[in-house]
Write a protein that binds this ligand. Structure first.
Ligand code: ATP
Length: 470
């Protein structure tokens, strides 16, 4: 544990005061839409629009870069969403992947107990106490009706595999990607010939039938995770790896622009720990609705490989030739959400400034995360040669980066539009460009402009992107 949690919620201000600012920007500019909106929407599922899909892909790529590409000790995997149902029995999810649910006797609305006002800070023991609702005098926030004692509600979605819908055909939609890495431990270790310590990284969809989803894409029922399972020697080595991953993962958010003072660590109390965990620390972010988990780092001991070895009968021991030992590796997990990370980068990048008496909205996204890297804009769209040069330049840039052409407004307005979606560089082609072969490159953050030979634009963009990557 490295940081002391900030007790006063207001001691650190959020990057934006109201979530509505981000929700409306997302809808207006095409980052995120409610799913199935023309039918009234479906609760807790969101669709990524043209800019949102770029942002989220860039977040996933940045994670993969840091967790797989730049490392020699971590390899990737893409396991199926549906797995053998026994996996979820062995992992403990069938038995205990649940949240405390309370129901109103009059309006029948259901709530997750620890999200009701007055119950947010209850310990895990209190959340299981049948008398807790009465003891705290909690009532339904909707109509003031009496609430039931808490009961455990399993969060896994189920379906049936094959043409027969009976108990024997039940399958679960995975609620985490981690199990795919455990059941493939041997396949991956033997095919990649990695030696402990080594990791398996995965990005993919997970599903949880959350009782009270909300806060936009913060808590969804269908979402994407970016999880890495690090296999280490038992005991002390796992404790050391756990401590090493904490700053490394926090630094990843900072590398891509999140303000360090809006990140903190929070350790799980012993009665809050999941059944598999020996130690768990969350990286939390100061969202507009409070400090909330962004990513969890867990020391899972030998629970995963040990349980799967026992239940499947497969020997999942690792043989260490240097010490001539056989052992079940322990797991240190870093579990992040792709949606929650993209949401965080979006919130943290949002700025409103006053420029020459006018409001300027800027998404100061790290260029690596920005949906478009460069916009090519004509100063005079009536001049065919200017427009033609713009298209040639955009097409050439688009071989390497996301580049967009826009001529639907005057230049000042075009700049503002690109600022609002985070495009780091705008290139303007004017009448002089036709004579001197140079164009103007404008920087999103400083708004400074420089004249650059047209054939030097791509190099400039690629160099600056590389610098931004860190
Ligand atoms: P919580 O306590 O908020 O329900 P958790 O502790 O169950 O979350 P983990 O199982 O550790 O979460 O999941 C790892 C990461 O996956 C989370 O830190 C988060 O970024 C992401 N995640 C989990 N559940 C959701 C969800 N319903 N919607 C979006 N992202 C999620």
């Amino acid at each position: 544990m490295t940081d002391t949690p900030t007790l006063d919620l207001n001691a650190v201000a959020p990057a934006v005061d109201s979530l509505d600012t981000i929700v409306s920007l997302s809808k207006r500019r095409g980052f995120i839409f409610p799913s199935s909106e023309i039918y009234g929407g479906i609760n807790a599922v969101w669709d990524y629009g043209p800019l949102g899909v770029e942002l989220k892909n860039n977040v996933k790529r940045a994670w993969w870069r840091a967790m797989v590409q730049e490392r020699t000790d971590i390899v990737g995997l893409d396991a199926g969403i549906l797995m053998h149902p026994q996996v979820w029995v062995t992992s403990g999810h069938v038995g205990s992947f649940s949240d405390p649910l309370v129901e109103c006797a009059t309006c029948h609305r259901r709530y997750r107990l620890d999200e009701l006002s007055g119950a947010e800070d209850l310990s895990a023991t209190d959340l299981r106490d049948p008398g807790i609702v009465e003891r705290l005098g909690l009532v339904c926030p909707n109509d003031g009706g009496p609430l039931s004692p808490p009961r455990r509600f399993n969060l896994m979605f189920t379906s049936h595999m094959g043409p027969v819908e009976d108990d024997g055909s039940v399958v679960y939609f995975r609620p985490e990607t981690a199990q795919g890495s455990y059941v493939n431990f041997k396949n991956v270790q033997q095919s990649s010939r990695k030696k402990v310590p080594f990791g398996i990284a995965q990005i993919g969809k997970s599903f949880r039938n959350e009782i009270s989803p909300g806060n936009f894409v913060f808590r969804m029922r269908e979402f994407e995770q970016m999880e890495m399972q690090y296999f280490v020697r038992p005991g002390e080595a796992a404790a050391v790896a756990f401590e090493d991953w904490l700053p490394a993962r926090k630094a990843w958010y900072e590398r891509y622009g999140v303000a360090p003072d809006r990140l903190r660590f929070r350790e799980h109390a012993s009665d809050e720990l999941a059944h598999y965990a020996r130690k768990a620390i969350d990286i939390e972010y100061r969202f507009p609705f409070g400090w909330k988990e962004l990513e969890g780092i867990h020391n899972r001991g030998d629970f995963d490989l040990g349980s799967h070895a026992k239940a499947s009968g497969e020997n999942l021991e690792y043989f260490d030739p240097t010490t001539d030992e056989h052992f079940i590796p322990w797991v240190v997990e870093t579990a992040a959400g792709a949606d929650r990370a993209a949401f965080t980068f979006l919130i943290d990048a949002y700025r409103e400034e006053e420029v020459r008496g006018e409001k300027r909205v800027v998404l100061a996204l790290n260029p690596e995360l920005a949906p478009y890297k460069v916009a090519v804009l004509p100063l005079l769209k009536k001049r065919a040669e200017i427009v033609a040069l713009c298209h040639r330049l955009r097409d050439d840039l688009a071989r390497d980066v996301m580049a967009v052409y826009d001529d639907t407004a005057a230049i000042g307005k075009l700049y503002r539009r690109q600022d609002e979606i985070g495009t780091p560089w705008c290139v303007t082609v004017d009448v002089d460009s036709l004579e001197d072969g140079a164009v103007t490159v404008r920087d999103r953050d400083t708004m400074t402009q420089e004249r650059v030979p047209v054939e030097g634009v791509k190099r400039l963009v690629l160099d600056r992107l590389s610098t931004a990557r860190g």
